[in-house]
Ligand binder design. Structure first.
Ligand SMILES: *[C@@H]1O[C@H](CO)[C@@H](O)[C@H](O)[C@H]1NC(C)=O
Ligand SMILES: *[C@@H]1O[C@H](CO)[C@@H](O)[C@H](O)[C@H]1NC(C)=O
Length: 294
C-alpha cells in the first residue's frame, strides 16, 4: 500500500515536471512530396492550443531548427502552443518554392504536405483555429511567404527571417543556392506592389478573405539573399494587407535594427538589421509577442 502510494506520487511529480520533446509523426494525411513531420507537444498542453509551423533553412532539418528557433523549449513553460518542425530532404533540404505544384494551393507539392500537417494537428489536439502561425528562416522564410499566400484562411500571422516574396522563385529549376536561377536571391526580381499581389493571389484564385499578419526581418549586409528582397516582401504584404508605410522606429527591438511600421503596426512590420548578413538571428520571443503568445 505504502509502496504503490509512493510510486503514484513519484509519477505525479514526473508528469507535472516533464517537458515535451520532438517526436516523429508518420501518418498525418496526404504527403505528396515525402516530408517528415516532427511535433513538439508540451506536457500538460492547454485545451485548444495554438500551433506554430517552424520551417528550417536550406541544409537544415526540423531537429536542427528546434535548437535555433526555440518554440518547443519555450512552450514547455507556457504550455499554450504546439510546434511543428517539419523537414524536407530534397534539393539540399530546401523548400519547394519554385514549381507550379509547389506554388498552387493543394497542388501536390511541399506546401500541400505542410498544410496537411497543420490540419492533422488541429484535429488531433482540438487546436484553436484562430491561432495558427508560421515562421521560418531563409528557405523557410521563402516558404512562410508561400504558405501565407496559399493558405490565408489557415494562418493568422507569420514571421520571417531573410527570405523572399511569395512567387519570387516561380519557374526556377530549383530552390537551393546550387539549383536556383539566381535572379531572385540576387534581388533582381523587382515588381510593383500590385504585381506581387497578383502573384500571391494566383496561388489561391477566387479567395476574397483577409490575409495573415506579417513581421519580416532582413539584414542590410545579406550577400546570399539580397536585402532588396526585403522591400519586395514588404510591397507584397502591404498590398495584400491594405496598409501603407507609416514610420520608422529606430533601435527597435535592439540597437542597429529599424522597425518599419505599416498602418498602425498591427498587420505588417519590417525589421531592417543594419550590417547583419545571412541570416538575421531568430528572435523567437519577439515572434511569440507578434503571435500573441508571449
Ligand atoms: C467571396 O468568396 C465566397 C466564397 O468563394 C463567395 O461566396 C462570395 O460571393 C465572394 N464574395 C465576393 C464579394 O466576391
Ligand atoms: C526606414 O528605414 C529603412 C531601413 O533602414 C530605410 O531604408 C528607409 O529609407 C527608411 N524610411 C524613412 C522614410 O526614413
Amino acid at each position: 500500500m505504502h509502496f504503490s502510494t509512493s510510486i503514484a506520487s513519484a509519477l505525479a511529480v514526473l508528469s507535472a515536471t516533464a517537458n515535451g520533446a520532438l517526436v516523429r509523426v508518420n501518418d498525418f494525411g496526404a504527403n505528396p512530396s515525402n516530408l517528415q513531420m516532427n511535433i513538439w507537444v508540451p506536457a500538460n498542453v492547454v485545451a485548444k492550443p495554438a500551433i506554430i509551423l517552424a520551417l528550417h533553412t536550406c541544409g537544415g532539418t526540423g531537429e536542427s531548427y528546434a535548437q535555433t528557433a526555440r518554440f518547443g523549449t519555450l512552450s514547455d513553460t507556457k504550455r499554450t502552443w504546439i510546434t511543428i518542425y517539419p523537414s524536407t530532404k530534397k534539393d539540399s533540404n530546401c523548400w519547394e518554392v519554385n514549381t507550379v505544384k509547389g506554388l498552387t494551393r493543394d497542388g501536390g507539392g511541399d506546401s500541400t504536405g505542410l498544410a496537411n500537417m497543420i490540419k492533422y494537428t488541429i484535429q488531433k489536439y482540438s487546436a484553436d483555429t484562430t491561432k495558427i502561425f508560421v515562421t521560418g528562416a531563409s528557405s523557410g522564410c521563402m516558404m512562410t511567404n508561400v504558405m501565407m499566400a496559399q493558405y490565408p484562411d489557415l494562418f493568422s500571422a507569420g514571421t520571417c527571417y531573410s527570405g523572399v516574396a511569395a512567387g519570387c522563385l516561380a519557374g526556377s529549376p530549383g530552390a537551393s543556392p546550387g539549383s536556383a536561377d539566381p535572379t531572385c536571391a540576387n534581388g533582381q526580381r523587382v515588381k510593383s506592389s500590385e504585381e506581387w499581389v497578383k502573384t500571391a493571389k494566383a496561388m489561391y484564385p477566387g479567395y476574397n478573405g483577409s490575409y495573415p499578419r506579417m513581421a519580416t526581418w532582413h539584414g542590410t549586409g545579406d550577400t546570399l539573399v539580397r536585402y532588396a528582397n526585403f522591400q519586395e516582401q514588404l510591397k507584397q504584404w502591404s498590398g495584400l494587407l491594405g496598409v501603407a508605410f507609416t514610420k520608422n522606429t529606430t533601435n527597435t527591438p535592439q540597437s542597429g535594427y529599424t522597425q518599419m511600421v505599416y498602418g498602425d503596426g498591427t498587420k505588417l512590420v519590417g525589421y531592417s538589421a543594419q550590417g547583419v548578413g545571412h541570416i538575421v538571428p531568430v528572435h523567437d520571443n519577439d515572434d511569440l509577442k507578434w503571435f500573441g503568445l508571449a
